[in-house]
Design a protein around this ligand. Structure first.
Ligand code: IMP
Length: 196
């Protein structure tokens, strides 16, 4: 069983990763589970940079292979915002609901509401090897929140084909189409190749 330390405090991210990777004998644990309490400053301007920064820092601190996901929501009518700033959109004082309400309020009237979620996964190994994978999921910004599941912007991320938001899907349904699910699938293929 190979253990990967997830550079995050997000239990739900860890669960999404384990749902997908446990099938290949890989176990993902939180950084707190190996006694690491660091908040890596996301100083990069791309998902790739921030993902690498988080994985590299936690790998160096733990001496174990570390995995990080940097993700966010890119809205076309907002020129890609909130993007890498998704977690900090609107400032520190807001919670998830505060952030998606602010996003709804900032949507320009009469413009297309197309958007995409992006996830970039980076895995840094103590021997210096690095694996990376990207996944995207297209959708639109709903006019009002719907659903109770998931986290973050899920209640306002609408999938026209399914006529549901991410928050109205089961974990399995979300994993099958989500940016993180797709990035993890691509990552899994690279990891299998790497471990051969
Ligand atoms: P990160 O943890 O620095 O990668 O920040 C990602 C931010 O993007 C999260 O705090 C959420 O606001 C948002 N986000 C990423 N993935 C999802 C998702 O699957 N659903 C809803 N929001 C997400």
């Amino acid at each position: 069983m190979m253990k990967l330390v997830l550079a995050s405090r997000n239990q739900k991210k860890m669960k999404e990763m384990n749902d997908i990777l446990s099938g290949m004998g890989v176990e993902v644990c939180l950084q707190a589970d190996v006694g690491i309490d660091i908040d890596v400053e996301e100083t990069g301007t791309t998902f790739e940079e921030n993902s690498r920064l988080k994985a590299q820092t936690v790998m160096e601190a733990s001496g174990l292979p570390a995995i990080a996901d940097d993700s966010g929501l890119c809205v076309d009518a907002l020129n890609g915002a909130p993007g890498v700033y998704s977690a900090r959109y609107g400032g520190e004082g807001l919670d998830d609901a505060g952030r998606y309400r602010m996003l709804l309020a900032n949507m320009p009237k009469g413009q297309p509401r197309t958007a995409k979620f992006v996830s970039v996964i980076t895995c840094c190994f103590p021997n210096g090897n690095v694996l990376t994978a990207r996944g995207e999921c297209p959708g639109t910004i709903a006019f009002a929140p719907m659903g109770e599941g998931g986290f973050g912007y899920d209640p306002v991320f609408f999938l026209p084909k399914l006529k549901k938001t991410f928050a109205q899907l089961t974990a399995e349904e979300k994993n099958a189409i989500s940016h993180r699910g797709r990035a993890l699938e691509a990552f899994q293929a690279k990891l299998e190749e790497y471990l051969k």
